[in-house]
Design a protein around this ligand. Structure first.
Ligand code: PXP
Length: 239
């Protein structure tokens, strides 16, 4: 069964608009779990624009399966090791970006990654590398011994027509290669209630990480219903 990880960053985005306590990402996480999602993802960014340190502390205690999304910096590695999420998803991060743009250059930072991956694995934390569906990046991710890659679906999500189908083919080939190399495959970024139908054509997927579309829909139908609707759409995935 294809698992759903709900990214609750944008619940925190609304809270941070007033620097208050509502809406609570912890309450949102609870609703997502009650709706039947597999896990919760939260991205602690360097600028703390949505999720803040105390959220990670609270979520790590509360949530069944916490995936901490993070840049590979000494600060973030230390925070993750202190809180012991079930998994980390390592992403590139630029201060000025609106959201994560592009996958990790696994080849360019392989030494730094190798050290971080070992530290996580020694502490029982699973590692996922967020990468574009590029052959050399996928091969290096497997060589580094990460348990998962998360294929970046953002380019696919932002395209349409023929261009989108070309991007889908790249994702399909990337997933097949990763599977053949023995690395598990997740996917995320820009997945919504419509493009999920094409996403389901990608083979070997274990988990989808979806945030913006679910949090957006939850404004109108509530978090539990928004999560349930996505789980229903994912249910006929055959791999
Ligand atoms: N996966 C990763 C690695 C991401 O950076 C994001 C965005 O925070 C997501 C999944 C979720 O993307 P979206 O909010 O577009 O569903």
């Amino acid at each position: 069964m294809l698992k759903l990880g709900v990214n609750i960053d944008h619940v925190a985005t609304v809270r941070q608009a007033r620097l208050g306590i509502e809406p609570s990402p912890m309450k949102a996480a609870d609703e997502c779990e009650k709706a039947g999602c597999f896990g919760i993802t939260a991205h602690l960014r360097e600028d703390r624009r949505h999720i803040i340190d105390s959220d990670i502390v609270a979520l790590a205690k509360q949530v069944e399966n916490l995936n901490m999304e993070m840049a590979v910096t000494d600060e973030m590695v230390d925070i993750a090791l202190a809180n012991k999420p079930n998994s980390v998803c390592l992403v590139p991060e630029k201060r000025e970006e609106l959201t994560t743009e592009g996958g990790l250059d696994v080849i360019g930072i392989k030494d730094k990654l190798s050290t971080a991956i070992s530290r996580f694995q020694e502490n029982g934390i699973l590692v996922s590398l967020f990468i574009d569906p590029e052959e050399d990046q996928i091969r290096m991710a497997a060589e580094l011994g990460a348990e998962y890659i998360e294929l970046h679906t953002g380019t696919f999500a932002n395209a349409d027509g023929e261009e989108q189908l070309t991007e889908l083919d790249r994702l399909i080939e990337g997933a097949k290669l990763a599977h053949n190399l023995g690395i598990k495959v997740n996917a995320g970024h820009g997945i919504d209630y419509v493009n999920i139908e094409l996403i389901k054509k990608i083979p070997h997927l274990v988990e989808l990480n979806i945030g913006h579309s679910i949090v957006s829909r939850s404004i109108f139908v509530g978090m539990r219903q928004a999560v349930k609707e996505m789980i229903d759409l994912m249910a006929d995935y055959t791999g």
